[in-house]
Design a protein around this ligand. Structure first.
Ligand code: OAD
Length: 243
């Protein structure tokens, strides 16, 4: 209580420097400073449209036009956006051995674009497309042109996880493994409202840090919270980090 921001940065710097295994978990708040809306903020996607009507298997099967229009907008929203300094700092920390892995709920692919290598995309990727019926890979262009699967005529969809679908099991298992061994888990830019990813911060024996624009009252189990913007906080913490 009452701990000032500078002191919080110093604690995080010290934990980062001493942790032998650090895992970062990110959400949509990691990418808002790149110009991509998040989901549950005032300007978020789910304030414009009910996720049940576009982000479920039922929507894909029964209301493909709306599904297609929504994901087309999501893909187009990325077109003129790029990773920001915060993404690059995380990639840099991985190269320097300060962090081991980034597990993300984001489908924008920005951690990899920024240079992170060990990335688990827990909610898949919006940049690649498959057929819902037979699984064949198709091009982003085919999806945007609202074409059907060239193999079976099925509906095309991005490789994102829809509500009601399971997470990519390899990524999920790898992430759990990393989290269980971590000495430090940094959670950045997520409301922690979505299961099962919101269980991850409670599965570690390590220290936990929550960096977010707002700290909800029900999120009270972190060892350290830093209220602020992802990019700004990462820049501050990166400054004078002794590695
Ligand atoms: P949310 O929109 O639920 O939460 C984003 C959080 O980031 C909010 O608490 C914001 O206050 C915070 N935030 C916004 N800008 C920020 C910034 N610049 N710096 C720090 N924090 C910031 O997004 P997620 O938690 O990622 O899933 O949502 C989880 C999942 O719900 C998404 O992956 C998506 C969605 O439905 C699927 O589509 C499967």
């Amino acid at each position: 209580m009452g701990m000032n921001q500078r002191h919080r940065y110093d604690i995080l710097k010290e934990w980062l420097n001493h942790s032998k295994k650090t895992v970062v978990l990110t959400g949509a708040g990691m990418s808002t400073e790149s110009g991509i809306p998040d989901f549950r903020s005032q300007s978020g996607w789910w304030k414009q449209i009910d996720p049940r009507t576009v982000a479920t298997v039922e929507a894909l099967e029964q209301n493909y036009s709306l599904f297609h229009a929504f994901y087309t907008r999501r893909i187009q929203a990325l077109e003129n956006c790029m990773p920001h300094e915060g993404h690059r700092i995380l990639a840099d920390w991985e190269r320097k051995g300060l962090i081991d892995c980034v597990a993300t709920q984001n489908v924008d692919g920005f951690h990899r674009v920024a240079g992170s290598k060990n990335v688990e995309e827990l909610h898949g990727s919006i940049q690649t497309i498959r057929c819902q019926a037979c699984g064949q890979s198709e091009s982003l262009e085919s999806f945007l042109n609202k074409e059907s699967c060239t193999h079976c005529g099925g509906k095309l969809r991005p490789n994102v996880v829809l509500f009601g679908e399971v997470l990519p099991q390899d990524s999920w298992q790898h992430t759990i493994h990393h989290i269980q061994e971590a000495e430090l888990v940094l959670v950045i830019g997520t409301s922690l409202e979505v299961y099962p990813v919101n269980q991850l911060p409670t599965m570690t024996k390590g220290k936990t840090v929550y960096i977010n624009l707002e700290i909800p009252a029900n999120v009270n189990y972190f060892d350290l919270t830093i209220e602020g913007k992802a990019k700004e906080v990462l820049q501050q913490v990166n400054e004078g980090l002794d590695v």
